[in-house]
Design a protein around this ligand. Structure first.
Ligand code: F6P
Length: 366
């Protein structure tokens, strides 16, 4: 019987539970045993009770639960070879040689490295006397499949990551609330949103709420000049009768000399314009709460496909990332998407913002 482990890793995101539910139930449907790894890579290192066999009813009701019910962690030990060796030993002890990871690009890169190292890790475990050659014989290769779970929507090669639309919905709801009090007092609000080095959440939220101005890393504002433009735009909107101003700042926002643009910088400019200005940093409310319908079905369809991929893969198949492109669930080599994602960061570091935008696949940023 094929044994598959599923885990969530990195920052939690709404829809991760739907993904785990889909993996568990699809695995059972195809006659596999499915294990949940609790607490992400930390659980993989600890083994034992952190790897629990899941039954159909164990994931009942998980579609509508926020966060990740099997826990997650940012684990430093898994970055070390000894940590990955320990993790391999724990999987073999339970007879598991397939791993489905739902996480961000860092978590998925770690998983791909684990897969590549697996044969040599197994050899070392035999040398160390942890297993006999006969015991490891059926577990020569690890099958690994990646699902992208992140609110940031920062992975190249897929149109949306599991959790991004839920976070976007939450941000819009919060900005709508803020707008009401802002209008009452004729105030300006500077709202900081998450996204790490990616401006997708800020851009989409800005469009969806009709913000006056948006700061994102991929379209860096001109150093020393953006202040005047911001003032001009906000004043123009006021002149047209707008009673409030909303400026959305991505947490990774930069100017074109790569200096961070902070909410305080932006606030000072608006105060200088004579506006009564407040700052709201939305923080982790953006990650909490139940998944919106988009993330539930995305996670479900991708979870189903991840099990199919495990069953269809051969040792020479590159680890796939399950994505969505033009409304179709697709598989593509994980390393390609990770490389393409890194190339956006490189373009920004080289101040080549046009390249950053085209590599981000969000053409309408222009
Ligand atoms: O990657 C998801 C994310 O929420 C980012 O948007 C943010 O920068 C980061 O995680 C926050 O991490 P933590 O929850 O560990 O503070």
């Amino acid at each position: 019987k094929k044994k598959i482990a599923v885990m969530t890793s990195g920052g939690d995101s709404p829809g991760m539970n739907a993904a785990v539910r889909a993996v568990v139930r699809t695995g059972i449907h195809f006659g596999c045993d499915v294990f949940a790894v609790y607490e992400g890579y930390e659980g993989l290192l600890k083994g034992g009770n952190y790897l629990r066999k899941m039954e159909w009813e164990d994931v009942r009701g998980w579609l509508s639960e926020g966060g990740t019910l099997i826990g997650t962690a940012r684990c430093m030990e898994f970055k070390e070879r000894w940590g990955r060796k320990q993790a391999a030993g724990n999987l073999i002890s339970q007879g598991i040689d397939a791993l489905i990871v739902c996480g961000g690009d860092g978590s998925l890169t770690g998983a791909d490295l684990f897969r590549h190292e697996w044969p040599s890790l197994v050899e070392e475990l035999v040398k160390d006397g942890k297993f006999t050659k006969e015991q490891v014989e059926p577990y020569k290769n690890l099958t690994m499949v990646g699902l992208v779970g992140s609110i940031d929507n920062d992975m190249a090669g897929t149109d949306s990551t599991i959790g991004a639309y839920s976070a976007l919905e939450r941000i819009c709801e919060m900005v709508d609330y803020i707008d009401e009090t802002a209008k009452s007092h004729s105030r300006a609000f500077v709202v900081e949103v998450m996204g790490r080095h990616c401006g997708w959440l800020a851009l989409m939220a800005g469009i969806a709420t009709g913000a006056d101005y948006i700061f994102i890393p991929e379209r860096a504002v001109p150093h020393g000049k953006w202040q005047d433009e911001l003032k001009e735009v906000c004043q123009r909107h006021r002149n047209k009768g707008r009673r409030n101003n909303t400026v959305i700042v991505a947490e990774g926002a930069l100017d074109d000399l790569l200096n961070p643009v902070t909410t305080e910088d932006v606030k000072n400019v608006l105060v200088d314009l004579g506006l009564d200005t407040k700052v709201t940093i939305l923080g982790h409310v953006q990650r909490g709460g139940t998944a919106v319908a988009h993330d539930r079905w995305l996670a479900t369809l991708q979870g189903v496909d991840s099990v199919k991929a495990v069953l269809e893969m051969t040792p020479s198949t590159p680890s796939p990332l399950i994505g969505i492109l033009e409304n179709k669930i697709i598989r593509k080599p994980l390393v390609e998407s990770v490389e393409a994602t890194k190339s956006v960061a490189t373009a920004i570091a080289n101040k080549d913002f046009d390249a950053a935008i085209s590599k981000r696949d969000t053409e309408f940023i222009e």
